[in-house]
Design a protein around this ligand. Sequence first.
Ligand SMILES: NC(=O)c1ccc[n+]([C@@H]2O[C@H](COP(=O)([O-])OP(=O)(O)OC[C@H]3O[C@@H](n4cnc5c(N)ncnc54)[C@H](OP(=O)(O)O)[C@@H]3O)[C@@H](O)[C@H]2O)c1
Length: 299
Amino acid sequence: MARRYVVTGRNGQVAQSLIERVERHSEIEIIPLARPDLDLADIETIERALTEARPELIISAAAYTAVDQAESDAAKAFLVNGAAINEISRVAAKLNVPIVHLSTDYVFNGNKTSPYHESDPVAPLCVYGQSKLEGERRLIASGADYVILRTAWVYSPFNKNFLRTMLHLAASRDELHVVADQYGNPTSALDIADAILTVADNLLSSRDGRLRGIFHMAGSGEASWADFASGILRISAEMGGPSAIVHPIPTAQYPTPARRPNNSRLDCGKLESIHGIRLPNWQIATATTLQRLLAGGAG
Ligand SMILES: NC(=O)c1ccc[n+]([C@@H]2O[C@H](COP(=O)([O-])OP(=O)(O)OC[C@H]3O[C@@H](n4cnc5c(N)ncnc54)[C@H](OP(=O)(O)O)[C@@H]3O)[C@@H](O)[C@H]2O)c1
């Protein structure tokens, strides 16, 4: 019988990627739980939806991810990213099933000059980061069997993301101005899905405590947003897709409601040494995503 993994959310980048990737694994069934059955803004829905799904493992991928909107909608962000994770964790502990929970590089303030380790102090600059940190803390305190995977700068053929925005803009503009003083690790959601499936397998195969806890999980190689945009549009041009000249600008010239860290690069060595996972380089994964999007005529 197939292993039943619940994933929270259905249309999100990671949920869609899991649904696609599991086609390669006949031994696993992914059960997406989404609104109205599971609404993270309605805590009452959570226990019933999770219990009825009879999961062997819960993948907690749904979140309030609108980083700028969260600044003026903090109560909702904390409800979905904090209180709902507390409830999911409580139910997971009750059902005695492990949780793989996704968190973010935005738990850091960016003052460090090198990539962040899991043990580095957290100090989020924005409401989104604070609410995701609250989710981490609630999960850790719950007594559930857990892995927290902090990831970053997620893109995919699905949903809204930076790669798709750049393609879309380049279809109608010759020049783009992109922030060049924030550094991170662009990460493919399809690679995240593969990594989650490996982590899940490791958790269900062994009680070893070293497999549990917080891990950083991002694409290999680093970039500024301007580097990432240039890479996307260079590869797109090579594939016959839209292209534009990218002009680097400082964050000060692109004010947003939410403050973001200048450095949110993640050191992913712990995930590699303990779970045996290293995500591909972002330029290679970007080419794979672009190939799909351009072949499908999407942008
Ligand atoms: N995107 C990034 O750059 C990034 C960076 C670092 C960490 N992360 C983390 O990685 C995880 C996955 O991100 P993603 O890029 O896949 O997110 P996404 O594409 O923005 O999708 C978010 C998902 O959350 C679901 N959702 C939002 N509010 C909900 C609610 N009240 N009840 C139920 N579901 C709700 C959405 O529901 P529907 O399916 O109904 O639309 C959607 O499936 C999140 O935990 C996020 O915080 C993302």
